[in-house]
Design a protein around this ligand. Structure first.
Ligand code: CA
Length: 678
């Protein structure tokens, strides 16, 4: 989610909505927006700026401007232009062009259009790939000179199936800002290039920690140039999640060591990607094409007024983002923009995946084209998003990239709020408990998560708390999680919903909750620091809270070592056993069988088998049992030679914890029992 501007505050409680029915309203674009249908479009890849041997060339798409010009500057923020270039219009494609014979490396520029008889404010345009401080002016730099050594050979991990991915969602400051991180480049892209960093007890932090944990991909919170942090006053240590996009195609300055030098942020972000790739870890970017930080002053509005946003019939901005506006992916030039922007990040920065914020503001056709185009660059690129909006939109519901419409899309996954809310309790009520913390009645919804919302003969979708039908055609359409940057961390949620319980119970419940995520079909996703019981001091919407709330205290790794080891074991289990990573709905229906348990008599108990060497697994059968009750519960296990893989809050995927002949077995409170037989 987002919530970065005051207008966004209302959206906080709406953001994680999903299956909740939106009002049945408008079925097509508004009368106001119909005017944009006949705008000529331009699909060339030379928009706004190109530099070649014949000089520096500008091409701005602005079909309804009456005049346009380029202002050239020596400085990225201050001073008057040293030259102003008038631009020439080409009505066939709606673009304005100007050229100079020199390569203007090191210089800066803005565009300005005359519209409705008035010159609008300057803008760096919508395609600025490098920017001066605070992103007010675009910069002309030589990108080849920003490549780290070995960049041509750099490549992210190969992904055969998206269910093989293990996502770790992190914010740059959270990860490195705390003194206990031992990291020198605190809050910077470069933090993740530092090896050998430790907490005060010598335990690995930063990139070494990620490697030790075993995640396959990091998902970095917004890292494009966003609006809210003043890059001229970094000593103020302002914090923001960054869901307030300014320049979509340039890295954020506050994460670089020198925001005033346009090449530095580019180079340092690439160095981060390279370091992660060298460690075998992919990089997924959080992208927020669904709205702009400001309305009339946004770069979209200053280049092509009205075109890039959606409106109601009266011409007012529609606001499905809850942040004051929403963009119009159903319009050709905006659709191309989203596609070309993600392609640019994949090409120039070797980005391995994209997480679309409020993806349902976009239409399914755009998302399908995004995935198809990215697949041409690299089939390993993983695209997923929030299958919901934060308010109503003029875009017809059947066209929205909603969770419920995920089966209309190809190679796109959505977050499952089913598993999330059922396992730990609803996000809107801090005190609400879930399946893993003793609340009865959510068993069927957890099962929906276990089968990745695919059709399964033993899952009764009519009992689902959030979804009433199997909306996913394939497990590769589902991302399972119990917490992310939004809302309370898992730790805080447990502290609030289990208030009065001993911490041991909360630690056990955290392990159980995450065991459900990591053994479920679909792609598992975790929030940075959960593996060391990280909290945010009870603050749920910490989008601009200080580091004292958001930064991960790495001394937790010592204190909660047992938690870390368990998470690490879970990831190892998943990575070494394809039965947890099936690739089709049919496989799941055939190989995953729930044991019959009367959840009225014995609530908070789920037991199932992964049968017949599911998905080529070396284990013939895997038995998975979850007990979310506060008391021990018994299950009947078929007689046989079982290896105990997990029990009583311990896990040992390879060696095992011991053997069992089956029969009546006890599952400890708030714990998982996992058994396997050859
Ligand atoms: Ca910025």
């Amino acid at each position: 989610m987002k919530i970065s501007t005051p207008g966004c505050l209302v959206a906080a409680s709406l953001m994680a909505l999903s299956a909740v029915a939106l009002p049945a309203t408008v079925s097509a674009q508004s009368a106001y927006d119909a005017r944009f249908n006949d705008y000529p479009t331009y699909s060339g890849d030379d928009l706004e700026l190109t530099v070649d041997n014949s000089g520096t060339h500008f091409r701005l798409w602005s079909p309804k401007a009456s005049a346009a010009r380029v202002n050239l500057y020596d400085n990225g923020r201050f001073g008057a232009p040293f030259k102003v270039l008038p631009m020439k219009f080409d009505a066939s494609n709606g673009t304005w062009t100007a050229s100079v014979p020199e390569k203007l490396y090191g210089k800066f520029y803005t565009f300005q259009i005359e519209y409705d008889g008035k010159w609008k404010d300057e803008t760096p345009g919508v395609w600025a790939k490098a920017v001066g401080v605070n992103g007010a002016r675009a910069a002309i730099i030589d990108f080849a000179a920003t490549d780290p050594e070995g960049w041509n050979e750099d490549k992210g991990p190969k992904v055969d199936n998206f269910s093989d991915v293990v996502v770790y969602e992190m914010h740059h400051r959270d990860m490195s800002e705390h003194p206990s991180s031992g990291i020198a480049n605190k809050g910077k892209f470069l933090a993740l290039t530092e090896h050998g960093t430790t907490n005060p007890d010598g335990l690995a932090t930063g990139i070494d920690h990620l490697k030790e944990l075993g995640v396959t991909h990091v998902h970095i919170l917004p890292s494009y140039d966003y609006n809210s942090v003043d890059e001229l006053n970094l000593q103020e240590n302002t914090y923001n999640w960054g869901y307030d996009p300014l320049n979509y195609n340039a890295p954020e300055g506050s994460y670089s060591t020198n925001p005033s030098d346009p090449a530095t942020r580019v180079r340092e972000m690439k160095e981060m990607v390279k370091a992660l790739h060298d460690a075998g870890i992919g990089v997924i970017m959080d992208v927020v094409y669904n709205h702009t930080a400001s309305n009339d002053d946004s770069n979209f509005e200053l280049t092509a007024p009205g075109y890039y946003h959606r409106h109601w019939d009266d011409g007012s901005y529609s606001d499905a983002s809850g942040c004051g506006n929403e963009t119009a992916s159903d319009r050709q030039q905006m659709r191309d923009y989203i596609i070309n922007s993600t392609k640019y990040w994949a090409d120039e920065y070797h980005i391995d995946g994209f997480r679309f914020d409020l993806m349902a503001i976009h239409d399914t056709e755009t998302m399908n084209q995004v995935a198809a185009e990215l697949k041409k660059i690299d089939p390993s690129i993983f695209v997923y998003g929030e299958g919901w909006t934060a308010g109503d939109s003029p875009l017809a519901k059947e066209r929205r990239a909603l969770k419920e419409n995920v089966s209309k899309m190809t190679d796109i996954a959505v977050f499952s709020d089913d598993l999330r809310d059922a396992v730990k309790g609803h996000y809107t009520d801090a005190a609400d408990r879930g399946f893993a913390t003793g609340k009865p009645g959510l068993e069927e919804t957890v099962k929906i998560g276990i089968v990745a919302a695919t059709p399964h003969p033993q899952v009764d979708y009519s009992k689902g708390a959030n979804s009433k039908f199997p909306y996913a055609k394939s497990p590769e359409m589902i991302v399972n999680y119990v917490s992310c940057h939004d809302d309370l961390t898992l730790t805080d949620k447990l502290r609030k919903s289990m208030a009065g319980s001993p911490e041991k119970d909360m630690l056990d419940a955290a392990k159980l909750a995450q065991t459900i995520v990591f053994t479920s079909q679909g792609t598992p996703f975790m929030f940075a620091g959960e593996e060391i019981f990280r909290d945010k001091k009870g603050v749920h919407n910490s989008y601009k809270s200080p580091d004292s709330i958001n930064a991960i205290d790495w001394s937790n790794k010592t204190k909660y070592r047992d938690q870390f080891d368990y998470y690490k074991g879970l990831i190892e289990l998943r990575k070494s056993h394809p039965a947890f990573r099936m690739t089709t709905a049919d496989q799941i229906a055939r190989h995953l069988r729930f044991d019959r348990i009367d959840s009225k008599k014995t609530p908070n108990l789920i037991s199932y088998s992964l049968l017949d060497n599911a998905n080529g697994d070396a284990w013939k059968e895997i038995k998975v049992v979850f007990n979310g009750a506060s008391h021990p519960q018994e299950v009947n296990i078929k007689k046989g030679d079982w290896k105990i893989v997990a029990a009583d809050g311990l896990i040992s995927p390879k060696g095992g914890l011991g053997k069992s002949q089956g029969g009546r077995m006890t599952v400890a409170p708030y714990s998982a029992l996992i058994l396997a037989r050859e």
